[in-house]
Design a protein around this ligand. Structure first.
Ligand code: ADP
Length: 481
């Protein structure tokens, strides 16, 4: 078992002031896989101080210099792809193939922002006075406080760090307490790429609130970037408001998946089976409400059941496993509660609906891939995010009705539409109040494209051209000549 009682501050792996550590478990079997340092507020202060000092030099490098560090980090991450993927499966639980995909996605951000670093342009604005010139420049915001979740433990870090570093910012990161080992390995990649001391700092902790408090209240931190639950996001946003601190947030989702009557029900069902059970449903863009037109509902449901029947749950290191464990016991309870509530209120259970304690999976957090039909608005699952392997099917009759139901949520992250009618596709794309829409497509994400939510799903965008904007401040110069 690895013991990492270390934090990364000012370019050094150091002990926490507390001298305490906390355990990390493999969700596939409940075994302890490591111990990490339990950082506290003072450790965070030191990390912020280091980031503030190094900002003075990092922000003055040329974009080309910063870009070269990111290229190097990309190369190192690709070299370590397999070991990073294995660690991710052991620590987070997703099947190895999915872990490899995530490491690739994580590395893609390093490469994309190595390139975008060189495209931070300013503007010359025509003035109304003949003797005046306006010049708008873009400068790095300063020290960034980043807080990341456990469900995508590598890519959620690079999605924040790569654009921040490209822009010229320096960072203090607090990773999720469930997956600090992945964070350590990402930091090793960045450190081995030669990123100067103090530019990136890592404070793992079992007390996120304490670390968050320091990141929010410390004047040297100019912006908080957060990915996690809507509840915690709101809490952080409230506190950030006290200091008028910039925030960007990627929060929960409640994605509708609409299958219109002209769509191929078999193709659509295959799509749902792939995207719904990805990461065992623990993704903020996971479909949470599957709307199917009445005329094709039977064929769609039968195909989905067939597909789900073929999914094999287990330890993600084993060949052929397509469903990993949920992150912890609380996650299982939440999923089970939503399923029971739906059944009590009249939903019909098509498959699954139970913990998987048979097949030797008793010690892991496994919940059977589940399909429910006959879902209505009274059920919790209609309005609450599930974050688990449950596909709830809702039948609709008209385009107007489905659009109203799909938009009837406080969330607004991802939505999916299956149709072969171009006008319908375009209307749905325009009318859905979500930030990311997959049209006959179950993977509308890329380091090159803007990702983010509307309403209570978040603020700001990550990835794409937009991602770096979150780390830049615009400064106007008015010159009299
Ligand atoms: P999830 O429900 O997916 O675990 P959370 O929002 O609880 O999502 O966690 C996402 C990240 O936010 C994690 O890094 C976690 O440690 C952190 N976090 C949780 N509560 C707080 C808080 N009160 N202040 C700061 N960070 C927090």
């Amino acid at each position: 078992m690895e013991v990492y009682k270390l934090l990364y501050i000012n370019g050094e792996w150091v002990e926490s002031e507390t001298n305490r550590s906390f355990p990390v478990y493999n969700p596939a079997n409940g075994e302890e896989i490591g111990e990490v340092a339990d950082g506290n507020r003072n450790d965070t202060k030191k990390a912020i101080e280091a980031a503030a000092q190094s900002f003075k030099t990092w922000s003055k490098l040329t974009a080309y210099e910063r870009s070269s560090y990111l290229y190097k980090a990309y190369q190192i991450m690709m070299e370590r792809k397999e070991e990073l993927a294995r660690l991710m499966t052991i620590e987070q639980g997703k099947p190895l193939k999915a872990s490899r995909n995530e490491v690739q996605y994580g590395a893609d951000f390093l490469l994309w922002y190595a390139e975008e670093a060189k495209r931070v342009y300013g503007e010359i604005i025509p003035a109304q006075r003949r003797d005046q010139r306006f010049l708008a420049i873009r400068q790095p915001v300063g020290v960034i406080g980043a807080i990341t979740p456990w469900n995508y433990p590598v890519s959620m870090i690079t999605r924040k760090l790569a654009p921040a570093l490209a822009a010229g910012c320096t960072v203090v990161l607090k990773p999720a307490e469930e997956t600090p080992l992945c964070a350590k390995e990402v930091f090793k990649v960045l450190a081995d790429a030669g990123i100067p001391n103090g530019v990136i700092n890592l404070v793992s902790s079992a007390n996120p609130e304490e670390i968050g408090e320091e990141l929010l209240s410390n004047k040297a931190v100019k912006k908080i970037t957060f990915t996690g639950s809507t509840n915690v996001g709101k809490l952080l946003a409230e506190k950030a408001a006290r200091y008028v601190k910039r925030i960007s947030m990627e929060l929960g989702g409640h994605a509708p998946f609409i299958v219109y009557d002209d769509a191929d029900p078999v193709h659509a069902a295959k799509g749902v089976s792939l995207v719904k059970f990805l990461n065992t449903g623990q993704a903020c863009i996971s479909p949470n409400r599957i709307f199917v037109h009445r005329s094709i509902a039977e064929e769609f449901t039968n195909t989905l059941i067939e597909r789900v029947n073929k999914l094999r749950a287990g330890n993600g290191l084993e060949e052929g496993v397509s469903i990993g464990p949920l992150v912890n016991e609380a996650a299982i309870e939440k999923v089970d509660d939503q399923v029971k509530d739906a059944i009590e209120r009249g939903a019909s259970l098509k498959i699954g609906g139970n913990r998987m304690i048979e097949n030797g999976l008793g010690k892991g957090n496994y919940y059977a891939p589940t399909i429910l039909s006959g879902i209505n608005k009274e059920m919790k699952i209609f309005s609450e995010e599930t974050f688990g392997p449950v596909a709830p099917i809702i039948i609709f009759d008209s385009d107007e009705e489905v659009m109203e139901m799909a938009n009837d949520t406080n969330y607004g992250l991802a939505a999916y539409v299956y149709t072969n009618n171009l006008s319908r596709a375009m209307r749905a794309f325009e009318e859905l109040n979500f930030g990311i829409i997959g049209i006959n497509d179950i993977n509308p994400t890329s380091a090159a494209a803007p990702f983010g939510g509307m309403n209570e799903s978040g603020l700001g965008r990550e990835g794409g051209r937009e991602g770096i904007e979150e780390y830049l401040e615009t400064k106007l110069g008015g010159f009299s000549i």
